[in-house]
Ligand binder design. Structure first.
Ligand SMILES: Nc1nc2c(ncn2[C@@H]2O[C@H](COP(=O)(O)OP(=O)(O)OP(=O)(O)O)[C@@H](O)[C@H]2O)c(=O)[nH]1
Length: 334
């Protein structure tokens, strides 16, 4: 059994701590481990972190709290070791709050590639708080804010009590263009139930075919793509479909080359791929250069057996990716 983890990101002051504090007051979160820190090189205001830790009020909620100054892997490993030695109570979920400038890709990557994390933990959702008042300006000015929005599974629109409904609607529309697949939840003072974050559609493909279509949410990408040409500083979200199956080798080669050549700009890719000569599809998922191990589903989740891939890219035109995928299909047909 892996332990579910949620990662709470969001730009400086966007309400991460408020959200976490509200979550920790919920009895459902009593057996949680909470990690608050930065995982980047960016210097942060330590006073804010200190006060955030105090605000977590772990004693009140009965949670384990640890302060991370170092490495995420060591910290989680250490937590598990302490539980094994009986020094800390067992925990059944983890919430991690990053600093406002953290790039969640580094953390997602750690959960996919570090054996210690990959074996024991399941990164369930990347949650990004977006400030309803300042969010649009932050998206304009800061790449970090755009990345956080692009990599999120759940976008929490905070301070929705302070912004005019029209401004909220504009921001929501913009977030939908940056990341059509994420769910968007407006909150006030962090008021959200833990289940809304932990019981979401899994952020990663599972072997249960039933979840896959919701996870992929390709309709949202297709709608966003056809809606046109909104460019958020080079960030594009779009879907590509292929009506013919591809061979395993061709798929593997395409994934390898796209990740090595353009991985940095491939903020996110998810897909369900029809394989030539095979009854069940392959599910693929990548975050920047890191590929989640492809999973073959036991069966197609619906009658639609077309290959569907969704992308969130930076400075990469959909046509270039479509072109390379056409080559893939042609190779399979040859
Ligand atoms: N009115 C209102 N204020 C909010 C809401 N959410 C957060 N705030 C306030 O916004 C400020 C920043 O919230 P924090 O939760 O500290 O934000 P943060 O993202 O943890 O901030 P950093 O750790 O500095 O990046 C605080 O003064 C909160 O009280 C909300 O929904 N409504």
């Amino acid at each position: 059994m892996t332990i579910p983890v949620i990662l709470i990101t969001g730009f400086l002051g966007s309400g991460k701590t408020t959200l976490l504090n509200h979550l920790l007051r919920d009895p459902e979160m009593a057996d949680s481990a909470v990690i608050i820190n930065e995982f980047g090189d960016v210097a942060i205001d330590h006073l804010l972190v200190e006060s955030a830790i105090e605000n977590t009020v772990v004693l009140q909620s009965g949670c384990i709290c640890c302060t991370v100054r170092g490495d995420l892997v060591d910290t989680l490993d250490d937590l598990c070791a302490k539980v094994a030695r009986g020094e800390l109570p067992a925990f059944s979920r983890v919430a991690i709050e990053t600093t406002g400038l953290a790039d969640p890709a580094a953390l997602v990557r750690a959960f996919l590639t570090e054996p210690i994390l990959a074996e024991r933990f399941d990164l369930h959702a990347v949650v990004a708080t977006v400030d309803a008042v300042n969010g649009a300006g932050q998206l304009d000015s800061f790449e970090e804010a755009r990345h956080q929005a692009a990599l999120a599974d759940i976008l929490v629109l905070t301070k929705s009590d302070l912004a005019a409904p029209a401004a909220i609607a504009d921001l929501a529309a913009r977030l939908k263009t940056i990341n059509p697949g994420a769910s968007l939840v407006p909150v006030v003072q962090g008021q959200i139930a833990p289940a809304a974050l932990f019981a979401q559609v899994p952020a990663h493909p599972s072997r249960r075919s039933g979840d896959t279509l919701a996870w992929l949410n390709s309709e949202a990408f297709a709608a966003s793509d056809s809606a046109g040409s909104h460019h958020d500083d080079g960030i594009r979200a779009f879907a590509v479909t292929l009506d013919r199956p591809v061979t395993r080798d061709a798929l593997r080669g395409w994934l390898r080359s796209i990740l090595s050549l353009r991985g940095v700009d491939l903020l996110r890719m998810k897909g369900i791929v029809a394989l030539r000569g095979e009854a069940a599809p392959m599910v693929v998922h990548a975050v920047q250069q890191v590929m989640h191990p492809p999973v073959q589903l036991p069966a197609w989740p619906s009658d639609d057996h077309t290959t569907r891939l969704v992308f969130i890219t930076r400075n990469m035109e959909p046509e270039a990716l479509r072109g390379s995928l056409e080559v893939l299909v042609a190779r399979a047909a040859a």
